[in-house]
Design a protein around this ligand. Structure first.
Ligand SMILES: N[C@@H](CCC(=O)N[C@@H](CS)C(=O)NCC(=O)O)C(=O)O
Length: 313
């Protein structure tokens, strides 16, 4: 059996996805083998959407018939299965995840504006249409171009937090060992470099510690990926059974409990609800069971931070 099949980690992604890059680098940091499924940059994704039940963002992690949505949970699950080389070494627990939230929401929103402000005119019409469906808002290239100078100020301010920290003591944000906070902050540098190389080069002139740290982050690489076709990943889900349920943690604020029917959706964009029956629920994860057309029973897992869970019928 190939090393990728031994770990069972199947990552649905595409090369230009910065969120996927965060996971690829985490796999590199941990030195793991994994199956790399290339998905389309825009919808449809006929062999993935039936597995997620409608969640449309990238990346998605699959292990057999268990489907993990959002990097906030994907990274946690990789950590749970492969704790060696931890993503939250001692001193980073908890707080590194909070920093991830800043880096992938507040700072990343700025990065997106700078990137599309720089290259908006070159963006294909079908990509814009797809992302309008994702966000529910117009893909406003003119607006992003107008805002770009102000957004660049914002980008520098956010990067400066990292610069100050690294100047005071590196080589990583929490000292000797890289972790979750580094991966999430780096997502912004990586996306700027690939999407707006001129702006990136200008910023790096004034951010020497960020520049050196970015080179250290790149050096982690992607572990050992092996390509897998979307159809083959789908067939693996169809042949597998979901993992045994973990215990739920009591004192759910909404009184959620195994067996209840719920719909789960992101609270920001790509808010397509996924319906199913709760398998287990806790402070950082909810898992719901559903029937995937053509693949039988699957369990779809979501993080709790950044996701709404509504009781249905
Ligand atoms: N909070 C999500 C954000 C993921 C996200 O926005 N991914 C982008 C690609 S980098 C996306 O899904 N874009 C729309 C698409 O690919 O369909 C996460 O952490 O996974």
């Amino acid at each position: 059996m190939s090393p990728a099949l031994q770990t069972g980690l199947i990552l649905h992604q595409y090369p230009t996805s910065p969120y996927a890059e965060m996971v690829r680098l985490a796999l590199g940091l941990k030195g793991l083998a994994w199956a790399r499924v290339e998905q389309s940059v825009i919808m449809p994704r006929p062999f993935l959407t039936p597995l997620t039940g409608g969640y449309r963002r990238i990346p998605v992690l699959q292990v057999g018939a268990d489907i993990y949505c959002d990097t906030g949970l994907i990274l946690r699950e990789i950590e749970r299965r492969h704790p060696e080389v931890p993503l939250t070494p001692p001193g980073q627990e908890g707080i590194a995840w909070a920093l991830r939230s800043w880096a992938e929401r507040a700072w990343f929103g700025v990065t997106v504006g700078v990137v599309f402000g720089a290259r908006g005119d070159a963006v294909p019409a079908e990509f814009m249409k797809d992302r309008e469906a994702l966000t529910g808002r117009p893909f406003d290239v003119a607006g992003m171009k107008t805002a770009a100078p102000m957004l660049k100020d914002q980008w520098r301010a956010n990067a400066w937090f990292v610069e100050e920290r690294l100047a005071a003591g590196g080589p990583f944000l929490f000292g000797a060992q890289a972790g979750m906070a580094d991966l999430a902050a780096y997502l912004n540098v990586w996306f700027l470099r690939s999407g707006a190389p001129e702006a990136h080069a200008a910023f790096m002139e004034t951010l020497p510690h960020v520049r050196a740290w970015a080179a250290r982050m790149d050096a982690f690489g992607h572990g050992a990926p092996a390509d897998m076709a979307p159809q083959d990943a789908f067939a693996i889900a169809a042949a597998a059974s979901p993992e045994r349920a973990r215990p739920s943690i009591a004192a759910e604020p909404q009184g959620l409990a195994p067996g209840m029917r719920v719909a789960v959706m992101a609270d920001d964009y790509g808010r397509d609800p996924v319906a199913g029956e709760i398998v287990f629920a806790g402070p950082q994860e909810i898992a719901i069971r559903r029937e995937a057309e053509g693949a039988g029973e699957v369990v779809v897992h979501f993080p709790r931070a950044g996701f709404w869970v509504a009781k249905v019928g």
